[in-house]
Design a protein around this ligand. Structure first.
Ligand code: CO
Length: 220
């Protein structure tokens, strides 16, 4: 386990490494950010975003919370998505879950978990949506793995439900939305190959937010 003092020692080593080959590394870093990815993942300490992607500073805009949930009333994630899509103009939005997710496991337990209840409700709703498929899986571990995948899929759908993603996609052809699952047992990153355009079309039957007519300043 890294000690508190070691962290600052590590930081000095890191600066030396970064500037060894590229003297102006930090001057360039401080200038601007133009990440092409928004990554929404779990807060779990074992799922390390940039590290598992092999991405450098400045390449990925990151949001992490318990069980990579995209809740419609969460101002935090709404701000992150809005800023990343509207202002940074990211090309891809990724929701990355992981097998062995404690948040998903907790949501599978039929008990009162206090302040976690409203948060885990989002995942319990995923279970309800896919209850027939999940209940047909007899092996509990396999059912848990599948709920992790379905949670990623439904959180991707929640990203696609947002006005900013729909409007930017219609105008620019991006961002596209992708679902991934990280397997801590092997280190492998799995692409769930979400059919973004198909999901978008289905979503827009009910959640089409591309029409901004009311906001034309006419006062209607
Ligand atoms: Co987790």
């Amino acid at each position: 386990m890294v000690s508190y003092e070691q962290i600052f020692e590590n930081n000095r080593k890191w600066i030396a490494e970064k500037t060894a080959n590229e003297k102006d590394f930090f001057e360039k870093l401080a200038k601007d950010q133009t990440p092409e990815y928004l990554y929404i993942g779990c807060s779990d300490s074992r799922v390390t975003a940039e590290d598992l992607m092999g991405a450098a500073p400045g390449e990925v805009f990151i949001h992490r919370n318990v069980a990579n949930v995209v809740a419609s009333t969460d101002l935090n994630i709404a701000s992150v998505i809005n800023y990343a899509v509207r202002h940074l103009k990211v090309k891809r939005v990724v929701v990355c879950g992981h097998y062995g997710c404690g948040g998903v496991k907790a949501a599978m337990q039929p008990r009162d978990l206090g302040i976690l209840n409203p948060w885990l409700r989002n995942i319990r709703d995923v279970y309800r949506l896919h209850k027939d498929e999940l209940n047909a899986i007899k092996d509990e571990e396999a059912r848990y793995d599948r709920l992790v995948e379905l949670n990623v899929q439904e959180q991707c759908v929640n990203v696609i439900k947002t006005a900013v993603v729909q409007q930017r996609y219609v105008a620019e052809g991006f961002p596209t939305v992708h679902g991934w699952v990280f397997d801590m047992r092997t280190g492998l990153l799995k692409d769930l190959n979400l059919d973004f355009r198909k999901v978008l079309t289905e979503i827009q039957e009910i959640y089409n937010l591309t029409n901004t007519d009311w906001f034309d300043g006419s006062g209607r």
